[in-house]
Design a protein around this ligand. Structure first.
Ligand SMILES: [Zn+2]
Ligand SMILES: [Zn+2]
Length: 429
């Protein structure tokens, strides 16, 4: 099982380079360690099919350091009773719950001759399952908004206050209004929350041109483990990876906006399926965050400082960035080979674009076509460790590591295990 194969505390070494454009100055020391976490989870509080304490226990048993509950427009707060059988998990979920949590934990009552169970709230689950510096649970929310019939969803990590969807007159406005609300709440309360855009290709709702415009927070899901979110796109829609390159090229070259980071998340809904590839099962994608301590504040601070990478199965030993180069080293598994691709866009790139399809009306809702210069492979290596020397003419450089092993439980058939290293902006020389 690949989940248990992760080395315990693999340390990241980003070299001390105070002169680098984005002021990366990280070095792995005894003071920092890797925390593996999932930032997108659904439970019976919304449309997931299991009890939140069962989900928390699953992540804990799989060796994760943290999990964020992000139910749709609801926090795990207050009193909520549900019918034992008439819910997404039904009798199976209830039986598993009572088997795992015996004694007084499970509260039931009979109402209108139906057996009901009370959903545990966040504090109860935290008290029961969190372990200081070992396993953390974080209250979050998936702000579930939309524009016309298109879903616009944004996960907030770490909020004790519900953020209701605020709507807007365009896709961009819907994203921006919700980001603004999350950011101003954070400024008002001092509670360090992070908001990220979910699954842009779900219903192909969000184009690269729309997403590149958002300001205030710079995270989106380059990988989401739900099988219906179209991470790899289709004939007329770019993959989320391709969107990432378009977005960062335009943000840096045209929009004067900071780099956008790419997260990997589960978006788990289906906890009783056992067949690989079936439904939105947990355990498909996660982040590895290098932080000083396992608290929501420290994790959000580290994420915003780019002290993380995203993964669907590949573990890295180190990411070293200096003024001159970027080195990625894989924690290689036996009998597994890896390809490390350094990807970026050069400053003199061809910036011509064209509509995705000839039909003018249809093309307005589609990401445009961009030249091959956007997001080119600058260097490719099949060693377990590879270095890319900056020439200074790159807008940004990121890396993606692809394993020779297929994902054991893929959201899309044929997916290989990967790791996504966040974009770096080299200094001019
Ligand atoms: Zn969603
Ligand atoms: Zn979701």
């Amino acid at each position: 099982m690949f989940l248990s194969k992760l080395p315990p505390l693999v340390l990241l070494a980003i070299m001390s380079t105070s002169a680098i454009a984005e002021d990366i100055n990280l070095r792995s020391t005894g003071e920092t360690q890797w925390y593996r976490g999932n930032m997108h989870t659904h439970s019976l509080w919304s449309d997931g099919d299991d009890y939140p304490e069962m989900i928390a226990a699953w992540y804990k048993e799989q060796g994760y350091s943290f999990n964020v509950f992000t139910d749709h427009n609801v926090l795990l707060h207050g009193e909520r009773w549900i019918d034992v059988e008439k819910n997404k998990g039904g009798k199976i979920a209830f039986d598993k719950l009572t088997a795992k949590f015996d004694g007084d934990w499970v509260q039931t009552r009979t109402k209108d001759e139906r057996l009901q169970v009370r959903l545990k709230n966040f504090d109860q689950i935290f008290d029961r399952l969190a372990v200081p510096q070992k396993f953390l649970l974080i209250q979050g929310e998936e702000i579930t908004d939309g524009y016309r019939n298109l879903p616009v969803h944004m996960c907030v990590t770490n909020t004790t206050e519900l953020l209701p969807p605020l709507h807007g007159e365009s896709i961009v406005e819907v994203m921006q209004q919700n980001i603004n609300a999350a950011v101003s709440r954070r400024e008002r309360t001092g509670e360090k929350s992070l908001v990220h855009l979910n699954h842009p290709n779900f219903h192909y709702a969000i184009t690269a041109e729309q997403l590149m415009q958002v300001i205030g927070e710079n995270f989106f899901e380059v990988y989401n483990g739900h099988p219906t979110v179209n991470d790899s796109g289709d004939d007329t829609h770019p993959s989320t990876s391709r969107m990432w390159d378009i977005i960062n090229t335009w943000r840096l070259a045209k929009l004067d906006l900071p780099v956008m980071y790419g997260l990997a998340t589960d978006d788990g809904h289906a906890y009783h399926k056992t067949k690989p590839g079936d439904g939105a099962q947990p355990g498909r994608g996660w982040v590895m965050v290098l932080a000083k301590t396992l608290t929501p504040d420290a994790l959000v601070t580290a994420l915003e400082a780019r002290q993380f990478y995203s993964s669907s199965g590949v573990t890295l030993n180190s990411i070293a960035v200096t003024n001159e180069s970027m080195t990625v080293t894989v924690a290689a598994d036996v009998d597994t080979s890896y390809r490390i691709d350094f990807i970026g866009t050069r400053k003199d790139f061809d910036d011509t674009t064209s509509p995705a399809v000839d039909d003018e009306k249809k093309s307005s809702g589609l990401t445009r076509r961009y030249s091959k210069d956007v997001g080119i492979v600058l260097k490719s290596s099949t060693e377990d460790s590879a270095t890319y020397e900056f020439t200074g003419d790159e807008l940004y450089v990121r890396a993606v590591v692809t394993s020779s092993r297929q994902h054991p439980n893929p959201s899309e058939p044929g997916d290989f295990q990967q790791a996504w290293v966040q974009p770096v902006v080299p200094i001019e020389r």
